[in-house]
Design a binder for this molecule. Structure first.
Ligand code: GLN
Length: 468
């Protein structure tokens, strides 16, 4: 059932919200034992909120179970971004997106599993002590990442549900693709990041993941919009995203990104091209377009900028004010090294080292500053494309969800290259969405739509027309 239909039933009193919430909690605990989609289940808070909603079911999300990636702060509920260094941290406040969801009667059911601090594309770079989420279609395969738990539960839940994920370089659309659901990463600044544990401030975005485009639109209306607590949040009116569902796409012009099919799995290419061919029947036009800079230089640009920002963001987890503490012995340098060595996972350490190197005196101009210049070029390339097209399209990820045994064989660079199609729109701050377009065998395939800044409307319009 779509969230929108469920909420109508709650409002009409056809469903007992407290009883429903109780059942949902039991169900996710059961799913979690097998699939590891949650780092924390917020049973007590969920039931308290359900009692409140029962008395006043007027909110836009009345009674709807909502989960949040673990990097998003929920008051009183353990929030770790999947890292042991934050084990035991219970925020004293709600992130703005959480506050808005609660205000509209949404019920926070838990915190979803992820790569530590968002560092990964498969949800296998787990913090010490955390279990990998398993793909809902095949437990030997990955959910994608880094919002893997959000992708998994969005598919596996047989109750109406929306999850909020976070993307720095593809972490909403990638797991949405591997788990066969919609996932929308909004324009940078469209949704407040207040209360998100930062990975890379100039790239991080929060956005919804769900089975239906209608539910994505509904959640966007709740979470988008100005927030005085967040200086990069845009002060721009929020569109009526749900209205887009009923508008057809006739007359729209869509650019098919040529280079994006190089090296794509044959099954992925077939499903995506098949869906693109349907555009004409729906009244839209499409044409090939080349984006050489974004596809060729996206990966080095993204990894230099994101690790540089991550290395400064993670500096605060040093065993003094934030995160785990240990016994203070020797000098501060030895102490910081001890705490970080003990409690951060391998990939987090690698990113700190890479990012610190890229920003160091003597290397800054050659790496970090150069990456910033290429980022500008990438933005210009997209901006030019949007003079001609309403949206761009390509596969979301070049591969089908891989087996864990195959992921083990990949090099670090192979891991980074998985993001080759998703880093472009993230670097440019452009809204993009995964549309589940079908299956190759039993595995889902995702197609990515990219639109101009603040044009989430086009994504919802096209996505909902293509997949009813
Ligand atoms: N896979 C990318 C990375 O490891 C993207 C992660 C993200 O968007 N949080 O950085």
């Amino acid at each position: 059932m779509k969230a929108v239909d469920f909420i109508t039933q709650i409002r009409n009193g056809d469903i007992d919200v407290v009883e429903h919430t109780r059942k949902v909690i039991e169900q996710i605990k059961k799913i979690n034992k097998e699939y590891h989609y949650f780092n924390a289940v917020s049973e007590k808070e969920a039931l308290e909120q359900a009692e409140k909603v029962a008395k006043n079911p007027s909110g836009k999300l009345a009674g709807l179970p909502v989960s949040f990636k673990d990097a998003i702060c929920v008051k009183g509920v353990e929030t770790t971004a999947g890292s042991r260094i934050l084990k035991g941290y219970r925020p004293t406040f709600d992130a703005t997106v959480v506050e808005r969801v609660k205000k509209e009667g949404g019920i926070v059911i838990g915190k979803t599993s992820q790569d530590e601090f968002g560092f990964g594309a498969f949800s296998v770079n787990m913090g010490i002590g955390y279990e990998k989420p398993l793909n809902p279609f095949d437990k030997e395969r990955a959910c994608g990442g880094s919002s893997g738990g959000s992708g998994g539960i969005s598919q596996k839940a047989d109750f109406p549900h929306i999850s909020l994920g976070e993307s720095t370089g593809g972490s909403i659309v990638n797991p949405a693709s591997f788990c066969g659901v919609f996932g929308l990463c909004p324009t940078y600044g469209r949704v407040s990041r207040y209360g998100l544990l930062d990975y890379s401030n100039s790239l991080d975005k929060i956005g919804p993941m769900a089975k239906y485009a209608d539910d994505i639109a509904l959640m966007m209306e709740v979470i988008a919009g100005f927030d005085e607590n967040e200086s990069t949040c845009a002060d721009k009116p929020v569109d009526d995203y749900t209205k887009q569902i009923d508008i057809d796409i006739s007359g729209m012009k869509i650019g098919v990104i040529k280079e994006a099919f190089n090296g794509a799995d044959a099954g992925v290419e077939k499903a995506v091209r098949g869906k693109i061919a349907e555009l004409e029947g729906l009244g839209a036009e499409y044409e090939e377009i080349s984006l050489p800079t974004a596809i060729k230089f996206g990966i080095p640009t993204y990894y230099l900028i994101s690790t540089s920002e991550a290395s400064t963001n993670l500096a605060k987890y040093c065993g003094m004010r934030y995160g785990k503490h240990e016994k203070l012995e020797e000098g501060f340098n030895e102490y910081f090294t001890k705490v970080r060595s003990m409690h951060l996972g391998q990939e987090a350490k690698r990113r700190i080292i890479l990012g610190t190197f890229a920003r160091m005196a003597g290397y800054r101009d050659a790496y970090y500053m150069k990456a910033m210049a290429v980022r500008t070029k990438i933005i210009q390339e997209y901006k030019k494309a949007f003079k001609e097209f309403d949206a761009l399209v390509c596969p979301t990820v070049s591969m089908l969800p891989p087996k864990f045994t195959d992921i083990d064989k990949l090099s670090v660079l192979d891991h980074y290259n998985i993001d080759n199609l998703t880093v472009g729109p993230n670097l440019a701050g452009l809204p993009h969405m995964n549309v589940p377009v079908g299956f190759e065998g039993k595995l889902p395939v995702g197609m990515m739509l990219i639109a101009n800044h603040f044009d989430e409307n086009s994504l919802i319009r096209i996505g909902s027309d293509l997949v009813k």
